[in-house]
Design a binder for this molecule. Structure first.
Ligand code: NAP
Length: 297
């Protein structure tokens, strides 16, 4: 029986997430090439992994059956796909792991389908830590047959791979995820600012709270760092701000709004204005502390 699995991947976008994903694909023998806007990053990784050098980008894309994209935002994704679409063979597939809107995913799927190229939205959760360990949670929107073809690619980057529905449904699931992430960050940052102002021993407080009904991943993984004013780990708050704008738009299409989304957009915009856009989302505690001190840190 012929194996129609996807096995020749070009990774486009070597940021905090794309780099470790490319390494994991390489380890499984599935990586044929890499591409990044800032060329220094792709040259460094080319040397690190000892990848075959192609005469041109065109030749590299023609050698692939899959392009896995992981870039910042909607327009960036539209631009990069427009740049390589003419080089892809009919029958090949684009798997997008960026966080963009469901509408962008559906638009790209239609554009690519008219050229015989498949598209899957496959946004991820699990952070840079999950990308490095190959344990991402992947929310896939795709035709079932396409999803099955990509099983080896997904197994290389994640440990929880779920086919959630048709194209666009992966991004819709990710939007739901980001509403929860924002809500948990609001709850934990507010509560820990309160705890600090009760003069609690923060190490003991986090330990006992983690073990009870309020325990959660964000408290376990960011609690101890945020009380030490360490915000250089994890998920840049400007990216969550971008994701929440997607959520706000999707809610608007449904004639609804959610206060946690609106409040978080306002808070993260304020932190970006203060020059903290590259901080982890736990940097929100700066604003919650200010509410007690009546000043901003
Ligand atoms: P990042 O470190 O900021 O990297 C962004 C990547 O996108 C870089 O390779 C950048 O190229 C490229 N890029 C941006 N705009 C571009 C454009 N117009 N044309 C071509 N390339 C462009 O971001 P990241 O953390 O890897 O995140 C990537 C995506 O994954 C985002 O959609 C993010 O929301 C999502 N995500 C991130 C996390 C996380 O914890 N970081 C978790 C889940 C999902 P240059 O190197 O040239 O700048």
């Amino acid at each position: 029986m012929s194996d129609n699995k996807l096995k020749q991947v070009v990774v486009y976008g070597l940021g905090a997430m794309g780099r470790p994903m490319a390494r994991n694909l390489h380890q499984q023998g599935l990586l044929v090439g890499i591409k990044n806007r800032t060329e220094g990053k792709s040259k460094a990784m080319q040397n690190e992994l000892g990848l075959t050098a192609f005469e041109s980008d065109s030749e590299m894309f023609q050698a692939a059956d899959t392009v896995l994209t992981c870039v910042s935002a909607d327009q960036d994704l539209m631009d990069v796909v427009a740049g390589f679409i003419d080089d892809l063979k009919p029958g090949s597939t684009v798997i997008d792991c960026s966080t963009v809107s469901p509408k962008t995913a559906r638009t790209l799927a239609d554009d690519l389908a008219s050229r015989g190229i498949a598209f899957m939205d496959a946004p991820v959760s699990g952070g840079v830590e999950g990308a490095k360990k190959g344990t991402l949670s992947v929310m896939v929107g795709a035709e079932r047959e396409e999803y099955k073809r990509a099983s080896e690619v997904f197994a290389a980057i994640g440990s929880q791979i779920t086919h959630v529905g048709k194209v666009g449904q992966g991004q819709a699931t990710k939007a739901v995820n980001q509403v929860m992430v924002a809500g948990v960050a609001q709850a934990v940052c507010s509560a820990l600012a309160f705890a600090e102002n009760c003069n609690l021993d923060m190490k003991k407080a986090i330990e006992v709270l983690s073990a009870g009904a309020a325990g959660n991943w964000f408290l376990d993984n960011r609690g101890h760092t945020m009380v030490k004013d360490e915000f250089n780990v994890g998920f840049k708050l400007q990216l969550l701000h971008k994701d929440l704008k997607i959520c706000q738009e999707a809610l608007k299409d449904l004639g609804a709004d959610l206060s946690v989304v609106d409040q978080s957009i306002e808070d993260y915009a304020q932190l970006m204005d203060m020059g903290h856009g590259d901080d982890d989302i736990s940097g929100l505690i700066r604003l919650r502390r200010a509410a007690f001190n009546n000043q901003e840190s």
